[in-house]
Design a protein around this ligand. Sequence first.
Ligand SMILES: [Zn+2]
Length: 408
Amino acid sequence: MVRWSRRNWLAGLALAAAGQGMIINAGQPRPKKTALGRGSTLTKCKLALEDYQPRSMLHVPETRVPRARFPVIDFHTHLSWSARRGQVTEAHNNATPEEVLPVLDRKNVRMMVNLTGGYGKVLEQTINYWQKPHPDRFVVFTEPWFGKITEPGYPQFQADQIARARELGARGLKLLKTLGLYLREQVTTGPLVKIDDRRFDAMWEAAGAHRMPVAIHTSDPEAFFLPTDRFNERYEELSAHPDWSFHGKDFPSNLELQEARNRVMARHPETQFVVLHFGDSENLPYVAGLLDRYPNMHVEMGARIGELGRQPRATRKFFDKYQDRILFGTDAVPGGVDTPQQIFGEQLYEIYYRFLETEDEYFDYAPAPKPPQGRWRIYGIGLPEKILRKVYYENAERLLGLQKMAVS
Ligand SMILES: [Zn+2]
């Protein structure tokens, strides 16, 4: 007689299961095995990556934040673009104020900064359309007239344009990543123009002299500079937008672009720079070092809560230390379709508020069935009231030279 023990009871169960398994499998096709190594039993999966939409099984609190706790200045939006029709460039509005304002009211957004106001005639049209009728709700930034860079006297012309834009009512200057990644010596051909090219010195100085903060987008996520292959964490995003890849060709590296921008900030200490998209949101220690080095630098978070929210402890410490230098922004585009992380609407604002105000765990950073900027989810950083006020409106108010809002 065999003495009964827990060990041989478990062994017996395992044998029974194996035997039963053989019976069940008899006469049925055997599942295919992948070559993952000895002992692997993973059934070959036929589901395409693009069709995979896993849903989290975590039972964790889900806090809805329909309104920001304090009034918000959204420092990074695109309510309009400059659109070229034949020889004429005109303002193209992505929405009407009447469409946008009710959403802002419901979400407690007091003011939107429309960064892409253009220059010349387009700037005037844009200011007349958004800012003049609603000066306490919309402000407009101007952009450089890059098409003129080949003309003699461009540096002074560009500086004069900044002064003219200020007279028209523009509140700041916006630089797209065009500078560093697209603009070439003959505008579209020739070598790339460097961000710290001396021809822009007069422009940076003029912005500082006219108290116009410079919102500058430099470079892009680090993965955009790497091959679009199976190791790239933004493989799906780059596959959907191959033109977003800056790998190879004559593109500078991410670090070279950042360093060129840093030299501009160092050279123009009286000009305030708002480094959009957090500068390099994958590398917070690097960004912290820059904020320590350049007192005229600030950061804005638009379209980067996906990065900030997947490193919530580092981000929370960063917000503590640099609470006077961080601006709220969404990079929202009314009517946008191909970048879910930027589609203007109530859902977008609620995600940002949830990230900043709650300690919810593992939620989507964009209103989309699949995370569009990488296959991960984010964690809220639960900021205290004092920091929320600064990030939501106080820092932007100060930079834009606005009158202090009455906030209870
Ligand atoms: Zn933007």
